[in-house]
Design a protein around this ligand. Structure first.
Ligand code: 3HC
Length: 293
């Protein structure tokens, strides 16, 4: 019989964590959201309120439904709040030592049947799993940004993940209205492994002044029907996140396609992280001035 995950913990309430919390609460799941401090929680809460307000304004939710959705989410700064959840979805920054520490602590706090999922986009699920005493109950659960809109969820199984756990997680994601694919543990999984070579190539074209940012983006929107061009998409993803994903894939595969374009690093160092910092390849605070290359 398929196992129900009626109470789910989310660790890390950044863009992805907040998006996943919204997806879960929308389908009636009780969510316990944990972040390191009150500031992190307030930011995540603000993101959730903004996103659900927009859904009300667009007529996709009534105000009462929005209130009900938000009331299903509780907030805490301690992992101990996750003692009784059925499933944990971790969405902390992409650093193995951080994820390993979170799961090692959760392993002591949660019951033995709690399933652990990581929303990592490029780190090894197998390696995360061995930091727990339950590697058979550890999976990857990779959502896409914006999580409330995009249907794909990559369910990543390792060589030791129990088949029943994979089946339960797949059924759960289908119940959320998502379209899961089940894959093995390889850097970038399916979508990022294909997508980020393309995004990196676009940065290199821009960096070499082969094309303007507008022409690069227009070419892929109008020529290939993509909803966004590559540079606009990098701004949405966040240049720091994109760099980490490329760097991890490059170190695992040594495929030059994934060697991060130098311009990415320069922009990150200069604080140009994309939408979240107000400026990336484009600006989001009014005054527009293209990055000088
Ligand atoms: N949260 C919730 N809903 C959102 C949203 C957000 N952040 N952004 C847009 N939406 C909703 C809107 O409310 C709207 O809903 P409606 O049509 O039902 O009213 C719908 O999405 C379309 O939005 P807009 O009309 O404002 O704008 P667009 O039609 O241009 O769509 C987009 C915006 C959904 C972001 C679309 O451009 C898109 O899909 N872009 C590509 C995104 C993409 O490729 N993401 C993958 C990134 S890689 C990744 O996430 C992996 C990770 O590991 C890095």
């Amino acid at each position: 019989m398929t196992r129900q995950f009626s109470t789910v913990g989310i660790v890390g309430l950044g863009t992805m964590g907040a998006g996943v919390a919204e997806v879960l609460a929308r389908t009636g799941v009780t969510v316990v959201a944990v972040d390191v401090d009150d500031e992190g929680l307030a930011r995540g809460r603000g993101h959730l309120e903004h996103s659900t307000d927009r859904a009300v304004a667009r007529g996709k939710l009534t105000a009462a439904e929005r209130d009900e959705l938000l009331s299903r989410i509780s907030y805490d700064t301690s992992l101990i709040a996750l003692a009784d959840v059925d499933l944990v979805v971790e969405a902390v920054p992409e650093r193995m030592e951080l994820k390993a520490a979170v799961f090692a602590e959760l392993d002591r706090i949660c019951g033995p049947d709690t399933v652990f999922a990581s929303n990592t986009s490029s780190l090894s699920i197998t390696e995360i799993g061995v930091h727990t005493g339950r590697p058979g109950k550890v999976v990857g659960l990779h959502f896409f940004n914006p999580a409330p809109v995009l249907k794909l969820v990559e369910v990543v199984r390792t060589v030791v993940t129990e088949p029943d756990v994979v089946a339960d997680v797949v059924a759960f994601t289908e119940g959320l209205g998502k379209a899961p694919v089940v894959i093995g543990d390889r850097a970038g999984f399916i979508a990022n492994a294909l997508l980020f070579g393309y995004l990196n190539h676009a940065v290199r074209m821009y960096e070499s002044r082969y094309a303007t940012r507008e022409d690069l983006d227009a070419a892929m929107r109008h020529g290939c029907g993509y909803p966004m061009g590559p540079l606009a998409l990098l701004d949405l993803i966040g240049l720091d996140t994109a760099y980490e994903i490329l760097d991890t894939m490059y170190h695992q595969s040594r495929n030059r396609l994934h060697a991060p374009a130098p311009l990415l690093k320069q922009m990150i160092t200069a604080g140009l992280l994309g939408r979240k910092s107000g400026r990336g390849f484009y600006t989001y605070d009014g005054a527009d001035s293209p990055v000088v290359v």
